[in-house]
Design a protein around this ligand. Structure first.
Ligand code: APR
Length: 319
């Protein structure tokens, strides 16, 4: 007889994004949650706090906190936020050395204790961190992905909504490329009530340029305001959308950092592309025909990601 069981979700890093992931995953009933962090007491305290919210919120998930990797044993899905966030004036790439050391440890432990899991990386610099995890873990390419495109597209949608005064629910947007200043928001594939953004009444090229620029710098805008860390609500819900699509085999299409094996002409590289997320993880990368200037912008972004890969080699994180 078939026995149903709840998915087990491990969250590596119990900081601002990690704790929001725990609460959001619990609220959506995605499974039982284990919060891991190196700081003693932090994941336990946050897990207990969320657990004490469950009776009021009618949540059935079990949430635990730990400093012991053994507790993530058998996890179906792992989301990694371990690392340091940006401070004002820092680029995501400035985090490379510190976060690579952390990612090395995390990948080695996930490989041992959750060898069959699907893994979503959030730690920055995203495209380099997800590549490092992929190399160290040796997991198949469909099981490893980075969260960036949904967040960048959500920022793009929010700014389009502010400009047009149309509900975000009627707005869709597309952002490809690396999760850095070279990301590629695509106005032609972004719609307001089904109308392509450039054709929307009142929309001008100058307005589009300014929305695109604000989207590119969206993370930095928040870092400059917070002063002590980076964004956490929008990154967390974006990763939860990917996790939900995988756990419930929803087959939603999202832009995300996925491993390229020839798609769009790229090889051995994680970069933001539209893909189908389902029970088998990254089930398919969707290849669309880009205009020359769009492909040139994506190539430039891919070059920036290749450069980060070179840095990982120079720093001896990769051979
Ligand atoms: N193993 C596990 N957790 C670790 C490790 C490690 N080796 N090193 C640090 N951590 C934990 C920290 O103790 C902290 O609780 O990672 C957590 C990170 O949380 P925050 O500092 O609050 O950062 P957060 O805002 O959650 O961002 C995490 O995601 O978006 C990216 O740029 C961001 O790289 C950053 C990451």
């Amino acid at each position: 007889m078939r026995k149903f069981s709840r998915p087990k979700i491990a969250l590596i890093g119990a900081g601002m994004i990690g704790s929001n992931l725990a609460y959001m995953a619990a609220k959506k009933g995605l499974g039982d949650i284990v919060l891991y962090d190196i700081i003693e007491g932090l994941p336990q305290g946050k897990a207990l706090d969320i657990m004490e919210a469950t009776p009021v919120d009618k949540i059935n998930s079990i949430i635990t906190g730990t400093n012991n990797y053994e507790d993530i044993k058998g996890s179906d899905l792992v989301i990694i936020t371990a690392g340091i966030p940006r401070k004002p004036g820092m680029s995501r790439d400035d985090l490379l050395t510190t976060n690579s050391k952390i990612m090395q440890q995390v990948a080695e432990n996930v490989k041992i204790y959750a060898p069959n899991s699907f893994v979503i990386v959030i730690s920055n610099p995203l495209d380099a961190m997800v590549y490092l995890f992929y190399q160290i873990s040796g997991f198949e390419k469909n099981r490893v992905m980075g969260m960036a495109g949904i967040l960048d597209a959500a920022r793009f949608r929010s700014f389009i909504s502010l400009e047009t005064k149309i509900s975000v629910e009627s707005i869709s947007a597309f952002v490809l490329g690396g999760h850095g200043d070279s990301m590629v928001p695509l106005p032609r594939y972004s719609y307001v009530g089904g109308v392509p953004l450039p054709d929307f009444p009142g929309m001008t090229q100058a307005k589009i340029d300014s929305i695109v620029e604000r989207t590119r710098k969206g993370g930095g805008e928040i870092v400059a305001l917070l002063k002590t860390g980076s964004a956490f609500y929008a990154p967390a819900i974006s990763a939860i959308a990917m996790a939900e699509s995988i756990i419930k085999d929803q087959k939603r299409v999202y832009p995300a950092a996925v491993y390229c094996d020839g798609e769009y002409g790229y090889n051995d590289l994680f970069i933001g592309l539209p893909a189908v997320f389902g029970g088998n993880g990254v089930e398919k990368i969707i290849e669309i025909k880009l205009e020359d200037h769009e492909k040139a912008a994506l190539d430039k972004s891919a070059e920036a990601v290749e450069h980060l890969k070179g840095d990982l080699r120079n720093l001896k994180f990769l051979s």
